[in-house]
Design a protein around this ligand. Structure first.
Ligand SMILES: Cc1cc2nc3c(=O)[nH]c(=O)nc-3n(C[C@H](O)[C@H](O)[C@H](O)COP(=O)(O)OP(=O)(O)OC[C@H]3O[C@@H](n4cnc5c(N)ncnc54)[C@H](O)[C@@H]3O)c2cc1C
Length: 765
């Protein structure tokens, strides 16, 4: 007992008396912290400081405030946005024939280019005062998604000027003169922009661009002025082959000190008309056969005036920061929109095809193997749409949440790939044979494009999500890092000392909180909702607390090494991402008015995300180098074992059946998927066959029974089958007509395209 009292006194003295605490705890801890601090490159520091945090910070803190979360309102379209969606967007969709675009012309038809420019599809993010549409991120995302269900090539062409590029950079940083000149021209389609960062030597490591701009004197419009001599070689640049204005990122130097003392100025962005002397554009790449414009741009000793720098001379050297700030918005909209399109389209069309296509005497969607694939599509699409909406909500609130947009881009494009593969498996040959009736093939081929553009996913998962999350979302680490980098050592120590106590009590709370929640199965955690989702909130709060504890311990033990141990840190990033996706699912369920029909989808998504969280922790514990810490964490977080299971077979069967059921749930889950009321159309032929077969399901049932009884011969089809069914008095005359029409639709729907000899070779489609 005496020893215990003595211990308590020592601890109280150590922590409560500032001088003792400072010299015995804070100072050595500060020195340790400085030693293990991940070394940050200037570009990483800028990336880290760019953008905001939002719900990710709550999830990372271990104490998510669910009430606050549910107070955020899902964005609504303005009247102008809704009118555009109902009119211009639908008109454009009706004009798109993706088979011709990709296989014949390898370009959008001129009338489509003209329409896109005239109706300002390129100007969704440009302000009204400059003639743009000034649409919200929600409208932008909806429009790009819906186009992508029709044509990825058209969607990419529209999306690029509306994400990272001259329009966005000018809006945020442009001088008045630049805005007044360029924005109206971009808005009315007079100019087409592109933005060039990537080059042969600089892909993922975009900060390492070798392209240079040297400050010098030169001649511009007949006068000698101070300007920049540029040399660049860029590749993979979307819209470059048709662009009239080039946004260019380069490293700027001032060796002769013409602008001041700083010789190495840093990454800078300029806007250059492609007609300017020395600018070379026009060469095209062929990105997995897609028809959007993508290519190279070069320049050798191209002289430009200083006021072509975006934002003017004041913004020289600030390019990286500008890109990071703008990227985080675009990254949360455009590529996720393509993935959402894949989800909506594959769910709607796979549900239809699985019913229309019959083998072994019944719709293939009734076979359990097919239902597993369908369950995955329907369940994953619920998350895709939920995540799209939640991230867009943050952006509509004016946030620029860099970690959230990184998670959204990575996970949505990855989920897009998974649902696309599942849809291809269900469609089998129908998905493979290209032609006007194939709605999957081009999207399947284009899947890696969205994964690679705006950074590549491996890097996003392994470096960005946890790397930035750990510092941006942690309640203390960023402030501690700032204290550690304070040039005034004593001042830094003072800041650090005040943070340390809070950090220690935060960590202790995480440890004991995790243990308690683990032992009680989180049953005492508060849930903001009652009913079937209440348990999910309890488990998510528990896993959020576990993440806060594990992230702290990982940083404490591994320090800067954690950045290099990407496989470990990525797993913690996965936990954060799945917490975010699961929250998005719960929010959507509430926002949509708790629809009973949604529950199987919610159940799938929640089981999946909790299972993945469990697996990420399991992998982390198995590979964490400090075995003692690893075992302690495992014991604190899963004291009774890890019991999160994958979605059940029954759950997937229910989803599959719902996907084959026409009606409100199907329409609500796939509202972004465009289909045309035309039996010859890419998606229309499947939708019409499906609807007709469902409507006349009873006729099909009676005929099947009659065949079984032997009243109708087994091997009949088409007209012969109709006649036999009439003769056997299984169907009435009116039903015979309806059946005949439905059979024609069914045959068209299970059909694929075939081409006469020479047509494919000569591209004479
Ligand atoms: C169709 C298309 C359109 C594009 N449009 C544009 C555009 O308009 N403007 C523009 O500037 N750029 C554009 N890009 C470039 C795009 O952003 C880059 O392709 C991307 O940043 C990756 O560069 P990379 O392809 O050279 O891959 P690399 O950098 O060669 O990477 C190869 C692999 O290594 C991984 N990797 C690299 N470093 C790490 C690391 N530290 N940790 C873990 N993994 C790592 C990457 O994730 C990737 O999987 C486009 C690309 C494509 C394919």
């Amino acid at each position: 007992m005496e020893i215990l009292i003595l211990l308590v006194v020592v601890v109280v003295l150590l922590f409560a008396v500032p001088d003792i605490r400072k010299s015995l705890i804070s100072r050595p801890a500060f020195a340790f912290f400085k030693r293990v601090l991940p070394p940050l490159s200037p570009t990483e520091r800028e990336a880290m400081q760019a953008g905001d945090t939002w719900w990710d910070a709550d999830l990372f803190s271990g104490r998510p405030d669910w009430h606050k979360f549910h107070q955020t309102k899902a964005p609504q379209f303005t009247e102008a946005e809704q009118a555009f969606i109902d009119n211009q967007l639908e008109t454009l969709l009706g004009m798109l024939d993706d088979f011709k675009i990709v296989q014949k012309d390898v370009d959008l038809p001129k009338k489509v280019w003209d329409y896109i420019r005239k109706e300002k599809f390129f100007a969704m993010i440009i302000g009204k005062e400059f003639g743009g549409l000034d649409f919200s991120p929600a409208a932008n995302s909806h429009i790009v998604s819906r186009i992508a269900t029709r044509s990825i090539s058209a969607a990419v062409s529209v999306m690029v000027p509306n994400s990272l590029g001259p329009g966005e950079l000018l809006t945020h940083y442009g001088t008045d003169e630049q805005k007044n000149y360029w924005l109206p021209r971009l808005a009315d389609g007079t100019d087409i922009p592109c933005f060039a960062l990537t080059g042969p030597e600089a892909g993922s490591d975009a900060g390492a661009i070798p392209d240079t701009g040297v400050v010098c004197k030169g001649e511009f419009e007949g006068k000698e002025v101070v300007g920049i001599r540029l040399n660049w070689s860029k590749r993979y640049i979307t819209l470059a082959p048709v662009a009239t204005v080039l946004g260019l990122a380069f490293k700027m130097y001032d060796p002769d000190g013409l602008l001041g003392e700083q010789k190495d100025i840093g990454i800078t962005c300029a806007l250059i008309p492609t007609s300017h002397e020395g600018v070379e554009t026009g060469e095209r790449h062929l990105p997995l056969n897609q028809a959007f414009m993508n290519g190279t741009t070069y320049g050798k000793d191209v002289f430009i005036p200083l006021d072509w720098i975006i934002g003017g001379q004041d913004y020289a050297g600030k390019g990286w920061r500008m890109l990071m700030e703008c990227l985080s918005a675009g990254r949360g909209i455009s590529l996720p929109a393509l993935a959402a399109a894949t989800g909506h389209m594959t769910e709607r069309m796979t549900g239809a095809y699985a019913y229309v296509r019959q083998q072994f005497g019944m719709p293939i969607g009734l076979f359990e193997g097919v239902q597993a694939a369908m369950g995955k599509i329907g369940g994953t699409n619920y998350t895709l749409e939920s995540m799209r909406r939640l991230t867009v909500t943050a952006l509509c609130e004016g946030k620029s949440p860099s970690v959230i947009t990184a998670m959204t881009k990575y996970h949505m494009t990855e989920m897009g790939r998974q649902v696309m593969e599942a849809a291809m498996d269900v469609h089998a040959g129908k998905g493979i044979q290209l032609g006007p009736r194939n709605y999957l093939g081009h999207g399947y081929m284009a899947t890696p494009v969205s994964i690679t553009v705006e950074g590549a996913n491996i890097l996003t998962r392994n470096l960005m999500i946890f790397g930035q999350g750990a510092t941006r979302c942690h309640p203390y680490v960023l402030a501690e890092m700032e204290a550690a980098s304070n040039p005034d050592e004593e001042q830094g120590l003072k800041q650090f000392d005040s943070l340390l106590l809070k950090h220690i009590s935060f960590a202790a709370g995480n440890f004991f909180g995790s243990l308690f929640m683990g032992l009680t199965g989180a049953r005492f955690n508060a849930s903001p909702m009652s009913g079937p989702t209440a348990r999910y909130y309890q488990q998510l709060t528990r896993m959020s607390r576990a993440l806060a504890l594990t992230a702290d311990m990982a940083m404490l033990v591994m320090g800067g090494d954690l950045k290099r141990r990407e496989m470990l840190s990525a797993r913690l990033g996965d936990v954060l991402s799945h917490l975010y996706m699961a929250s998005a699912v719960l929010k959507r369920y509430e926002d949509d008015g708790r629809q009973t029909g949604d529950l199987p989808f919610v159940e799938y998504a929640m089981s999946h995300h909790l299972y993945e969280i469990g697996q990420a922790f399991k992998g982390f514990f198995a590979n964490f180098p400090n075995r003692f810490i690893s075992w302690t964490l495992r014991l604190a977080i899963f004291p009774l074992g890890l019991h999160f299971n994958k979605p059940s077979d029954e759950n997937m069967q229910v989803i599959a059946k719902q996907m084959m059921e026409p009606g409100l749930t199907r329409d609500r889950h796939t509202f972004l998927c465009f289909w045309k009321d035309d039996p010859k159309d890419m998606t229309g032929h499947m939708e019409l066959a499906f609807l007709a077969m469902r409507e006349h399901a009873d006729i099909y049932k009676r005929i099947r029974k009659a065949i079984k009884r032997g009243d109708i011969a087994e091997d009949l089809s088409g007209e012969d089958l109709v006649k036999a069914a009439r003769k056997a008095e299984v169907i009435s005359a009116d039903e015979a007509k309806a059946f005949k029409k439905t059979e024609q639709l069914r045959m068209a729907a299970i059909g694929v395209d075939q081409f006469a000899p020479g047509v494919i070779e000569g591209r004479k489609f």
